[in-house]
Write a protein that binds this ligand. Structure first.
Ligand SMILES: [Mg+2]
Length: 292
C-alpha cells in the first residue's frame, strides 16, 4: 500500500464515482461523523457520485438512500441497491432475486438461524435481523460476548452445509442464498444507473474500505484506498488496496475526498478562486478535511 499522496493527480482527475464501505470506513467508533458526511456532500456537489457498499440491512439502506447525499446504496452484501429519485420522490429498490424467491429463502434462513443458535452456544441473531430482506446475520461480537474463533468457523460451516454463501464481517457472520456478492451488484448498478460497463470504466472509480470483507473490491479496483485502520488487518488480507490514508475511519475517508476535490479544482481552473464560482474550498492536502 502506498500513501494516498502517491495517487497520481491525473488519475484523481478522472474519478467520477466513489464507492465506500460503511462500518469503520465512513463511520468512526460506530457513528457517522460530521466530517465524513460533509465529505460525501462535497463530493456530490462536485459531481462525483458516492455509493456506500455494505452488509448492513435493507431497513438501514432505505434511510441511507433517502437521507444521505448519495447516488444509491448497495446493501446486504449485494442483495440489492436502493436509489432515491429526489425529483420524482420515488425510491427504486432493485433486488438481485425476485420477491417470490426471497420469501422462500427467508423461510430457509429462519430454519438455518434456529439450527445455528441451537448448535453454537453464545451466538444470537443480529439485532438488525428484523430489518433484513435477504440475509441471515448471526452476531458473534456486536451485542453478545465475543465468541471464540472455532464457534465462528462452526457458524460458517453450518451455513455452507445448508447451501448458503457465508461472509464474516467484524461483528456478524452473514449467510444468504443466491450467487451474488457486492461486486456482482456493483456491476448491475453501473449498468442500470450509470449506463456503464464497470470493467470499461473502473479507472474512473475509487473504492474505499477497511477490512477483510472488502477484499474482493480491493482486488478488483486498481484505484482502491484503505483507510488507515486497514493496517490492523494487513496480515489477514490477501489483496491490499493500492493506497492507504494517514487518518483512520471517517477522517481517512475525508482525506480521500479532499484529495479528489483538490485535483478536480485544479482541472476546472479554480486555482485563482474566481469569486463568482461557488467551488468547494480546497482543504490542504494531507491535512484532515474540516467539516463545514
Ligand atoms: Mg468496514
Amino acid at each position: 500500500m502506498r500513501p494516498l499522496a502517491d495517487f497520481p493527480v491525473a488519475a484523481r482527475r478522472r474519478v467520477t464515482r466513489v464507492l465506500a464501505d460503511i462500518d469503520d470506513t465512513l463511520t468512526t467508533e460506530g457513528q457517522i461523523t460530521a466530517e465524513a458526511l460533509a465529505a460525501i456532500e462535497r463530493l456530490a456537489a462536485a459531481g462525483i457520485d458516492v455509493v456506500p457498499v455494505t452488509g448492513r440491512p435493507a431497513g438501514w439502506c432505505d434511510h441511507i438512500a433517502r437521507m444521505w447525499p448519495v447516488a444509491a446504496v448497495i446493501g446486504e452484501n449485494g442483495a440489492f441497491y436502493f436509489r432515491h429519485d429526489r425529483l420524482r420522490r420515488t425510491l427504486a429498490r432493485r433486488f438481485y432475486l425476485d420477491a417470490g424467491v426471497r420469501a422462500a429463502n427467508r423461510r430457509r434462513l429462519e430454519t438455518l438461524g434456529r439450527e445455528i443458535l441451537a448448535q453454537v452456544p453464545g451466538s444470537a441473531l443480529a439485532s438488525d435481523q428484523a430489518y433484513r430482506d435477504a440475509d441471515l446475520a448471526v452476531d458473534y461480537r456486536e451485542d453478545v460476548a465475543q465468541l471464540p474463533r472455532p464457534s465462528v468457523d462452526r457458524i460458517v460451516a453450518l451455513m455452507i452445509a445448508a447451501g448458503a454463501r457465508a461472509k464474516v464481517s467484524s461483528i456478524h457472520v452473514n449467510g444468504w442464498f443466491g450467487d451474488y456478492d457486492k461486486l456482482v451488484m456493483t456491476r448491475i448498478l453501473f449498468r442500470e444507473l450509470f449506463a456503464a460497463d464497470l470493467d470499461a470504466v473502473k479507472d474512473t472509480v475509487v473504492f474505499v474500505g477497511d477490512s477483510p470483507n472488502d477484499e474482493p473490491m480491493f482486488r478488483f479496483f486498481s484505484l482502491a484506498v484503505g483507510v488507515a485502520n486497514v493496517r490492523d488487518f494487513a496480515d489477514q488480507l490477501k489483496a491490499l488496496p493500492a493506497f492507504v490514508t494517514r487518518a483512520r475511519a471517517g477522517a481517512g475517508f475525508a482525506e480521500v475526498a479532499a484529495a479528489l476535490l483538490a485535483a478536480k479544482e485544479g482541472r476546472s481552473g479554480a486555482v485563482n478562486r474566481a469569486p463568482a464560482r461557488r467551488q468547494p474550498r480546497k482543504p490542504r492536502s494531507g491535512s484532515r478535511a474540516r467539516a463545514r
